[in-house]
Structures are given as structure tokens and as C-alpha cells.
Design a protein around this ligand. Structure first.
Ligand code: ARG
Length: 395
């Protein structure tokens, strides 16, 4: 009997090539799993493509809700932006997809697990670590094992009658509900501006002439309503992506440090993620003490690092999640953003847990804050600094 492998299949170039390699070079039967995390791609087309490539069985798993609740919501609570820019769209989806592969592998009693990651990216790290955390089966990664490059893959695809759409010929794309990553081709020159046709979520021309307000309501750190409309968590992200994208908001272009040490130029479209995280972080500053804010910034940055680096299953990540969840008990309130011609900023916030006091803060008459007390406070606050300088000046 032929050995069987289960492969995480997206329908793209890499994973299509992998099906053929597993069949031809490894003489294996292939079972494909497509996990829908909101790529917006046609799941029926992907299934048909898998069948056409001769797989034994194909599974399609709709994991959108799980993706939002177990991965995106924790990322929002952590204001997760790797290196202050990247909302982790791809990084968050990988542990979920790999977990589903392990589930199917157990059900199908296969002999190996397979993925289409290259040896140069972060996804191999995320896949391997999740697969190894849940299974002892060997991992086959043909693109990495054979040191394949995109040009060779495209030629291989052509020879094997694997259809590749024109966008994939130009860029390497990965997208889901939380964001769209665009890599490769022209973008590999870090000085050259991304062409307009790289973007499909964010408008780059003919932007509306009037600004638009976007109101996001949070409960315990999670967005529950936008523009006063309560929406299910998937819809809420889709809606925000659409609104902010139409106003030109959501493009990120930065230099990113990959786990394997490569510096890469990364371009993303992430309108909802940027707006929601900006609003969430702003609301936190209204309800948290300055000590909470200062400490949580460190926790948030570590959380994003772990999620980026494929260490989703690390006990430290779980510990940080507990801290972060605890910190969200007061993160309830509403934030108003203003979107205009590609820019966005917070213009208002309110919360029943607000620590902001107008009576204390006002420069107007009758403030509850007695300025006279500040003199002594400042003297003690700066005591060591001023003493140190007195000593320096004497020398
Ligand atoms: N640099 C990002 C990450 O590591 C995005 C990767 C996108 N993948 C792709 N095939 N375009 O999460």
C-alpha cells in the first residue's frame, strides 16, 4: 500500500507544486487540507484544483470564527504589531492551519505531514513547531528540502499543467481576514515604491474628498460594534477593512527581521488591523494607570515577538495571555477615528472605566488639583538627578 501524507493546501504555487512532488518523488498519496481563514478565495475552486492534481481526498475546513476568536482577538488585546508595524496576519493563521493538519493526520492515520513553506521564511518555523507540538510524524517540506526557487517552481508548474494566476506570477501573496501580505518581484528592491496594482484592499487613487469617522466600541478589549452597529466578529473585521480601505488607510511598507536572520522588505494591506489596534491602544491608555501602560507595552512587544517567531505554543505566551486577559477587564468603551485620504487618527474616546478626570486635568477655574502641592513633589522626584548634577558641576 502507498504511504499517505497530509498537506496544508492553499491552492497557490508552492503547495500545488508540493502535491506533484509528493506523488512523483515520494510516491505518496496526498490528502489536502484547506483551512479557510478568510482568504476570500473560492474554496470550491481550491477543492477542484486539488482533485485535478490527483489527491486522494480533500478537506475544506471553515475556521474563520475560530481564527477571529482564538487568534485575532488575543492579538488585539496585545496591540500586536511586530517591530511596531506588522499586524501578524500570516503569523497568526499558521498555528491554526497546522493544528488542523494534525487533526486530519490523526483521523486519516497518515505516514507524514507536509507543507509548502520555503526554508527562507517564517512560515516553516510556525508550521514545524506547531506540527511537532502535536505529532511525532515526519515532516516533508519539498520546497525547502530541494532548495527550490520561484522561477524553477513556475517552470515545474507549467510542465505539470498546474494553472497559476497572473497575480501569483508577479507577487507572492498571503491573505486572510486580518491582512494581506505582498512579497517578491519588484518589491524586492527596498527603494522602489510598490506599484498600485499590488493593492486590492486599499484604494490608492480617487479617494473621497470628505473625511469619514469610524467609531469602534470595545468590551473587555474586544471590538463588538462599529459605527454603532453590533456585528458578528468576522463581519466586524470585514466591514472595517472595507471602510478604512476605501479611505486609503491600511498600507504598511517596512523592513522586517525574519526569524532565520534575513532582512526582508514587506508590504501589507491591513486596514482593519491598524484601525482597531490604534483604537484599542488608545482606549487602554484611558483606563489603565501609567504603571499598567508602561508594563503592558513590554508584555505586548514580547507577545508579538513570540507570535511572529513561531512560538505560539510556548508556555511564556500562555502566561502573557493570562496577564493580558486580566488587564482587559476595564478595556470597555468607544473610540472615534477620523479617516481622510490615506491617514487616520483617533479624535475621541470614552469609557465608563475612564481614569481621566476633567476636574483634575482642567486648566480652567476650580480644578480639584492643587498646584501648590506640585512644588514639593517635583523637588523630591528630581532629587537624585539634581544632586548628581551639582556634584558634576563641582568637578
Ligand atoms: N513576513 C510575513 C510573515 O512572516 C508575511 C509572509 C507572507 N507570506 C507570503 N507567502 N507572501 O508573517
Amino acid at each position: 500500500m502507498k504511504q499517505k501524507a497530509v498537506l496544508a493546501f492553499s491552492g497557490g504555487l508552492d503547495t500545488s507544486v508540493v502535491i506533484k512532488y509528493l506523488q512523483e518523488k515520494h510516491n505518496m498519496d496526498v490528502i489536502t487540507v484547506t483551512v479557510d481563514v478568510g482568504e476570500g478565495s473560492d474554496q470550491k475552486k481550491i477543492a477542484a484544483k486539488a482533485k485535478k492534481l490527483g489527491v486522494l481526498r480533500h478537506y475544506n475546513i471553515d475556521a474563520k470564527l475560530e481564527f477571529v476568536q482564538k487568534f485575532i482577538h488575543p492579538a488585539i488585546k496585545a496591540n500586536a504589531l511586530y517591530q511596531k508595524k506588522y499586524c501578524l496576519a500570516t503569523a497568526l493563521a499558521r498555528p491554526l492551519i497546522a493544528q488542523k493538519v494534525v487533526d486530519i493526520a490523526k483521523k486519516e492515520k497518515v505516514d507524514a505531514l507536509a507543507h509548502g513553506c520555503t526554508g527562507k521564511g517564517n512560515d516553516q518555523v510556525r508550521f514545524d513547531i506547531t506540527l511537532r507540538s502535536g505529532s511525532n510524524l515526519p515532516i516533508i517540506a519539498p520546497i525547502r528540502d530541494l532548495n527550490l526557487d520561484r522561477t524553477t517552481e513556475l517552470a515545474f508548474a507549467e510542465r505539470h499543467g498546474i494553472s497559476i494566476d497572473s497575480v501569483s506570477k508577479k507577487f507572492s501573496i498571503d491573505q486572510n481576514l486580518w491582512g494581506r501580505a505582498i512579497e517578491g518581484g519588484h518589491l524586492e528592491d527596498p527603494y522602489s515604491e510598490p506599484p498600485d496594482d499590488a493593492f486590492i484592499w486599499v484604494k490608492t487613487k480617487n479617494l473621497p474628498d470628505k473625511p469619514r469617522y469610524l467609531e469602534i466600541e470595545f468590551e473587555n478589549g474586544v471590538p463588538v460594534a462599529v459605527d454603532k452597529k453590533r456585528m458578528n466578529p468576522i463581519k466586524l473585521i470585514e466591514y472595517t477593512n472595507k471602510v478604512a480601505g476605501d479611505y486609503g488607510v491600511g498600507i504598511i511598507d517596512h523592513i522586517e527581521d525574519r526569524v532565520v536572520g534575513i532582512k526582508s522588505r514587506e508590504v501589507y494591506e491591513t486596514p482593519a488591523a491598524l484601525c482597531i489596534i490604534e483604537a484599542h491602544a488608545d482606549l487602554e491608555k484611558m483606563v489603565h494607570t501609567k504603571h499598567e501602560t508602561k508594563f503592558k507595552e513590554m508584555v505586548d512587544s514580547e507577545w508579538a515577538f513570540l507570535a511572529y517567531s513561531g512560538l505560539w505554543q510556548d508556555p511564556l505566551k500562555r502566561d502573557l495571555d493570562k496577564f493580558i486577559d486580566e488587564s482587559q477587564k476595564t478595556v470597555t468603551g468607544t473610540v472615534r477615528l477620523k479617516l481622510y485620504k490615506g491617514a487616520f487618527r483617533v479624535v475621541g474616546r470614552k469609557s465608563k472605566y475612564s481614569l481621566y478626570s476633567h476636574d483634575i486635568a482642567t486648566y480652567g477655574k476650580g480644578s480639584a488639583f492643587d498646584q501648590r502641592k506640585a512644588t514639593g513633589f517635583v523637588e523630591l522626584w528630581g532629587l537624585q538627578t539634581t544632586e548628581a548634577n551639582k556634584l558634576l558641576n563641582k568637578r
